[in-house]
Design a protein around this ligand. Structure first.
Ligand code: FCB
Length: 449
């Protein structure tokens, strides 16, 4: 017994996303995604990096599954690239794309690793983008058809599904601030995209239930606690707006059947209240919430800033990761408790959590020492354990990420893996953090004590 034992049956895993690890995005008849286009457009990504090769997981999945086994992972969270399945986004299915995921899933099962699939981790088929993408209301049925095809093929082998990964980031960074694909900067688009993401999510859940599938379906959201910089009413209101923007914008409609009223304050006349029957569809029950947590922020009211009228206050006294993200594990416990108190006793999986550090490009004597990543892992796993002790219904944890990979607009400069990838040779090396995590899994948390 240790003070850090996790509940029996707690699921330990690691996560990746298709465009970030697979490489060969156009192989075997796949169509281009918005990320393929975005990364190939000069000026959009650090160093002009693209996902063309990434960690070559498309060809190395078998040895990567062997690595998962060596680490003792009990589950692998991956995403399916929609344009590998539907090169034009809808209509014709590309069997070679289906076969790739089918082989991966079979191999996971043969190794007793639970497959956990995400249907949308940001790689929208470019052909659908040309029809308006997330701005076109028809995307709900395009997504529903894609989801349905995946449940039909893999539903009996994949027991855990997420419809979308981080819809708030898709909307905000994809359509409002433009740092991620498709790189738009339009608050009016943001309001439409939010609603269409939720409508698509709902069609995915509906398709799953319609097939009488027996696994679990949920959604993975990014949660970033927002703390007010002072007790002033203005700063408190700023924190409340930011909290609604990043944390309740998607969960309130799903669990409470309504949008947080702060959205009206943020979107102003861009906000069009949705119809009741749509909210009803959006709020149909799901089986779990996936929480992606990395950092928190402290905000204050700033009348000079556009749209939100908010500034982030740097917490210079606290440590930050290579992403410049403050390390503040207590916020992780807080936000998990918040989900539990606001939305009830819904099972929660931490679907992503991890940190980037400047590991060397090549392993040194076959080893990568990453004590800071271990520290982050320890403090955040303890934060998760705290939340469990305080009654949060937490069922599992996925480290982000299994492999060093393509960190979107940051390219390959930011390394999040518990397994190092030498991009020159594609050689994998389990980092010290990977070995550490392996022991945590083997002892169900006890070794944290
Ligand atoms: C999350 C994304 C994931 C990865 C991590 C660092 O927002 O879901 O793909 O980029 O951040």
């Amino acid at each position: 017994m240790s003070e850090f034992d996790f509940p029996e049956g707690f699921l330990w895993g690691a996560a990746t996303a298709a465009y970030q690890v697979e490489g060969s995005p156009l192989a075997d008849g796949a169509g281009p995604s918005i990320w393929h286009r975005f990364s190939h457009t000069p000026g959009n990504t650090a160093n002009g990096d693209t996902g063309d090769v990434a960690a070559d997981h498309y060809y190395r999945y078998a040895s990567d599954v062997a690595l998962m086994k060596e680490l003792g992972l009990q589950s692998y969270r991956f995403s399916i690239a929609w344009p590998r399945i539907f090169p034009e986004g809808k209509g014709r299915i590309n069997q070679a794309g289906v076969d790739f995921y089918s082989r991966l899933i079979d191999l996971l099962l043969a190794n007793d690793i639970v497959p956990n699939a995400t249907l949308y981790h940001w790689d929208l088929p470019a052909a659908l983008h040309d029809l308006g993408g997330w701005l076109n209301p028809d995307i709900a049925s395009w997504f529903g058809d894609y989801a349905s095809a995946m449940f039909d093929r893999f539903g009996n082998r994949v027991p855990m599904w997420s419809t979308l990964n981080e819809p708030a980031i898709v909307m905000d960074l994809g359509y409002v601030t433009g740092f991620l694909a498709p790189g738009h900067r339009d608050i009016y688009e943001g309001a439409i995209v939010t609603h269409n993401l939720l409508r698509a999510h709902a069609r995915g859940v509906q398709a799953y239930r319609g097939q009488n599938q027996t696994g679990k379906i949920g959604i993975a959201v990014s949660l970033e606690p927002r703390y007010e910089a002072s007790d002033s009413a203005e700063d408190k209101a700023a924190a409340r707006r930011m909290h609604a923007w990043s944390n309740s914008q998607f969960l309130d409609p799903i669990f409470l059947g309504k949008y947080p009223h702060e959205l009206q304050e943020i979107f102003h006349d861009a906000w069009i209240p949705p119809a009741d029957d749509e909210l009803k569809l959006i709020s149909q029950p799901i089986d779990f919430v996936g929480v992606n947590y990395y950092t928190r922020s402290v905000v204050e009211h700033d009348g000079k800033r556009p749209i939100f009228h908010i500034s982030r206050i740097a917490q210079n006294g606290n440590p930050h990761t290579d992403m410049g993200w403050e390390i503040y594990p207590a916020a992780f416990t807080d936000i998990l408790k918040w989900v539990n108190s606001r939305y009830g006793d819904i099972p929660i999986y931490v679907t992503e959590n991890g940190s980037a550090w400047p590991d060397p490009p090549t392993a040194i004597d076959g080893r990568i020492e990453d004590p800071q990543r271990i520290d982050y892992l320890v403090s955040h796993l303890k934060a998760v354990h705290d939340a469990i002790e305080q009654g949060v219904n937490l069922r599992g944890y996925y480290a982000w990420s299994l492999l060093d990979n393509y960190e979107w607009a940051h390219g390959y400069a930011k390394r999040f893996g518990i397994v190092h990838v030498d991009y020159e040779t594609q050689q994998r090396t389990i980092k010290d953090s990977g070995r550490f995590y392996s022991k945590v899994i083997a002892t169900n948390g006890a070794s944290l004590g």
